[in-house]
Design a protein around this ligand. Structure first.
Ligand SMILES: Cc1cc2nc3c(=O)[nH]c(=O)nc-3n(C[C@H](O)[C@H](O)[C@H](O)COP(=O)(O)OP(=O)(O)OC[C@H]3O[C@@H](n4cnc5c(N)ncnc54)[C@H](O)[C@@H]3O)c2cc1C
Length: 343
């Protein structure tokens, strides 16, 4: 266990946060031993992957940070097709300390379908189920079959089947306060040997047409999304961010109609609970896109992304967050909530 450890490279916002204690988990025994440690028992605990969905509210974390460095990918199951005896699905088990980008690249290079639209999302494999990461019309819940965890209060192992994870839009059982005791150590992903590619979302099709790709392969789609993302999002390690800072709000039909009267062009995605409106659109319309205040600001290519240009403090981002929330509430009467975990 390290003391007074810098998390500068472990939060993509890039704040110089110091953790009172830091513990890297290299084997499953490491976590089991840690559970019996007196300091561990008495400290506030935080699991930290790449810190790409965490905003430290303070520059000192007065507790213990547990970082998974568990590595390894293996194929554990396959299901044969009845037609030709070839495997139709393969299940890959990936340890939580693997980098998500590397894991997706591995599946694409092995011609396995399912995760290609989730390429280049920063962070670790272990955090992927926590907020049910999603992008370009895909969500990780559609490939996860099992999540393997250890309860750090008593050392018991628990396997969560997909249905037990209560996956929803940027949400899962692991986000609940009472489940923050589960250290995720591995995940099973069911991947297809063949499948239809999802090209409908965003400007994937437009990109492929521009490149004269008529019958795109799995890696064509992955490469297209990589390029589109790189054009829109700040580069990790260069400009601090956590990607989408706010969740897209779901509003009732009356509220949607009243916004539509003033802004007929408002983008909308009806669902079972109401109408989902892109938070980035609301922030943009409220005039924040490209705004800068000292060390922090709103990304000029995507208003949903708050950025830290370096040398700033977490409170600057928190102040900006509050200002944007108030401004959107005033302009549209809509509350926008952070997607990022504030700790
Ligand atoms: C530029 C940029 C683009 C992004 N684009 C997207 C996107 O397209 N879609 C999307 O969904 N997200 C996106 N994100 C957000 C982020 O990358 C994901 O949420 C990612 O899964 C976080 O991984 P992490 O390892 O950094 O998790 P962290 O930020 O370290 O942790 C996130 C949460 O998971 C918990 N956690 C971490 N590891 C474990 C573990 N082993 N066991 C239990 N709990 C754990 C943490 O306690 C915390 O609650 C983006 C972020 C950035 C910076």
């Amino acid at each position: 266990m390290k003391k007074e450890h810098s998390l500068q490279g472990l939060n993509t916002m890039g704040f110089n946060v110091i953790a009172k204690y830091f513990c890297e988990i290299n084997t499953l025994d490491d976590i089991k031993k840690l559970i019996d440690d007196k300091t561990f028992k008495e400290s506030k605990k935080l699991f930290l992957g790449g810190g790409s969905n965490i905003l430290f509210a303070d520059e000192y974390f007065d507790g213990i940070v547990i970082h998974s460095n568990l590595k390894g990918i293996s194929f554990v199951e396959c299901e044969q097709s009845t037609d030709n005896g070839q495997p139709e699905f393969l299940t890959a088990r990936c340890m939580s300390g693997e980098t998500w980008k590397d894991f997706v690249d591995f599946t694409v290079s092995n011609n396995l379908y399912g995760l290609e639209n989730l390429v280049d999302i920063p962070g670790s494999v272990g955090a992927a189920p926590v907020q049910n990461i999603g992008a370009y019309g895909s969500e990780v819940k559609d490939c996860i079959t099992r999540v393997y965890a250890i309860n750090i209060e008593n050392g018991e192992e628990r396997i969560f089947e997909n249905e037990e994870c209560n996956f929803a839009y940027r949400n899962s059982i692991f986000k609940k306060e009472e489940n923050k005791k589960y250290f995720i150590y591995a995940i099973d992903f069911k991947l297809k040997k063949d499948a239809e590619l999802k090209l409908e979302y965003g400007n994937i099709k437009e990109y492929l047409v521009k490149k004269n790709i008529e019958s795109p392969t799995l890696s064509d789609v992955a490469n297209a999304i990589k390029t589109i993302r790189a054009e829109k999002l700040p580069e990790v390690g260069v400009v601090g961010s956590v990607g989408s800072f706010f969740q897209n709000p779901i509003i009732d039909a009356d509220k949607y109609q009243s916004i539509k009267e003033t802004y007929p062009e408002v983008p909308s995605y009806p669902n079972d609970n109401g109408v989902k409106i892109p938070a980035g659109w609301l922030i943009d319309k409220a005039g924040w896109k490209g705004y800068r205040e000292n060390h922090v600001g709103v990304w000029d290519k995507q208003a949903l992304v708050l950025v830290h240009y370096g040398g700033g403090k977490p409170e600057e981002i928190l102040n900006l967050m509050n200002k944007i929330q108030c401004s959107v509430k005033e302009e549209f009467g809509v509350e926008i909530k952070p997607e990022v975990n504030i700790v």
